[in-house]
Design a binder for this molecule. Structure first.
Ligand code: ATP
Ligand code: MG
Length: 397
């Protein structure tokens, strides 16, 4: 059997989690934002390392971070970034049917080594994962205060784009465009790729590939033009080359400039997108399609997994990091399975969405975005169980 080739370009980073950072402490408050967009820290939000350094006049790595964490090492280090997390889940679901490759770059530092060592525990093809000399590997420092907001807890993120600033569309070689499915994952965090997104999508479509875009909060656009609608890459022309757009509720509204999901879907449709899935945490998923690839799927909603909600209520532990990224991976993995079954010209969007829903739900059962398997097929067997329950759930068609 020929394996279905899935190739993804976009964000891959190391999440470094620092627990028990006191957001009320004098040290933390020193770095708090005074006015929107000034580069200071904001609980619940992401700040770029460069901007925080500019705000504070200090180095993040050698001054600010050691002060905030009292010199402690991170409690956990996980593979993060919506592109890589989605690809890993897709490779776990379609482990028999697919070959999944990641295109991106890392720095030649300790963070990069750490990340690579974790990635080598997955089935991903990393032969297109380059090293950029003299640069830092992208990372997110996740500062967590479990006591913040009367014990509800909150996290504050500091993102280092690092080597990802230097990764260019020209470095994505032809093998990417020779894949069955071309995934563009959270390219807003790989600025040059995002700036060439439309051209890359166009090239993939010209070769007859299936194009999937999963998005991330576009912090750079937001910083440059606060409150304005975010463009899709270099221009909204990109939409006409997207077969399937995967967005969360907030991204759908910010990309479309609309106030509700039906209007946002109408916006994406008018711009030429083939199909759209919009997630919203524990709320229903919205879906719509009208394209040769998926046929006509009227705008509708699908519930999330009740089995997941029930387990969480019963105290099953984990966090919601990477739910959306795993949702995207579930969808992509299902598409690969469908293609391998010979369904190339009429893919089933609802079936793909079901695998997204159980994958996003399963991500609530562990900490961080990526589940590293002990053996092949391990995660699929858990997901299959959730999938079987989901099919019996009321309201699921
Ligand atoms: N509490 C929950 N119960 C059941 N399923 C959930 C829950 N939270 C998330 N999910 C599943 O995960 C999917 C994606 O979640 P969500 O919309 O929060 O993604 P996101 O905002 O992109 O998250 P992130 O960017 O952190 O990965 C949901 O559509 C749902 O299927
Ligand atoms: Mg997301």
């Amino acid at each position: 059997m020929n394996r279905i080739r899935i190739s993804g370009v976009g964000c891959c980073l190391l999440d470094r989690i620092y627990d028990h950072v006191d957001f009320q402490s004098e040290t933390f408050r020193k770095y708090l934002s005074k006015k929107a967009g000034d580069g200071g820290l904001e609980p619940g939000k992401l700040t770029f390392e460069e901007e925080l350094e500019h705000f504070a006049g200090q180095s993040f790595a050698s001054d600010i971070l050691p002060l905030l964490t009292e010199g402690r090492a991170p409690q956990k280090e996980n593979i993060g970034g919506p592109c890589i997390v989605a690809l890993i889940n897709a490779s776990q679901i379609a482990f028999k049917e697919s070959l999944v490759s990641f295109y991106g770059c890392r720095g030649d530092d300790g963070v990069g080594e750490e990340l690579l060592q974790k990635l080598e525990q997955t089935k991903l093809d990393l032969s297109h994962y380059r090293i950029q000399r003299d640069s830092e590997t992208a990372s997110t420092s996740v500062l967590s205060d479990p006591n913040y907001d009367n014990g509800h807890g909150e996290r504050t993120f500091v993102n280092t784009i690092g080597a990802s600033w230097h990764y260019l569309p020209e470095e994505v070689d032809d093998s990417f465009y020779d894949s069955d499915i071309c995934v563009f994952g959270s390219t807003a965090l790989v600025p040059r790729i995002h700036g060439g997104l439309c051209a890359m999508l166009k090239k993939a479509k010209a070769k007859g590939r299936i194009t999937v875009v999963n998005t991330v909060y576009d912090f750079l656009s937001e910083k440059e033009h606060p409150g304005e609608r975010w463009p899709m890459g270099e221009s909204d022309e990109s939409y006409q080359y997207i077969d399937l757009l995967l967005v969360d509720h907030e991204e759908a509204l910010r990309l479309s400039g609309c106030c509700d999901i039906p209007s946002a879907i109408a916006f994406f449709r008018e711009k030429g997108t083939g199909a759209v899935l919009v997630t919203n945490g524990a709320h229903n998923v919205h879906l719509w399609a009208n394209s040769p690839l998926f046929g006509k799927v009227k705008e509708q909603t699908m519930p999330v997994s009740e089995a997941v909600g029930k387990a969480l209520k019963q105290g099953r532990k984990g966090d919601s990091t990477g739910c959306g990224d795993n949702f995207a991976g579930g969808v992509i993995g299902s598409l690969a399975k469908q293609i391998s079954e010979g369904l190339h010209s009429s893919l089933n969007l609802k079936e793909a969405c079901r695998w997204g829903i159980v994958s996003g739900g399963f991500a609530c059962f562990y900490y961080g975005g990526t589940y590293l398997e002990q053996k092949e097929g391990e995660k699929l067997s858990y997901l299959q169980e959730l999938y079987d329950k989901y099919l019996k759930q009321e309201g699921v068609c």
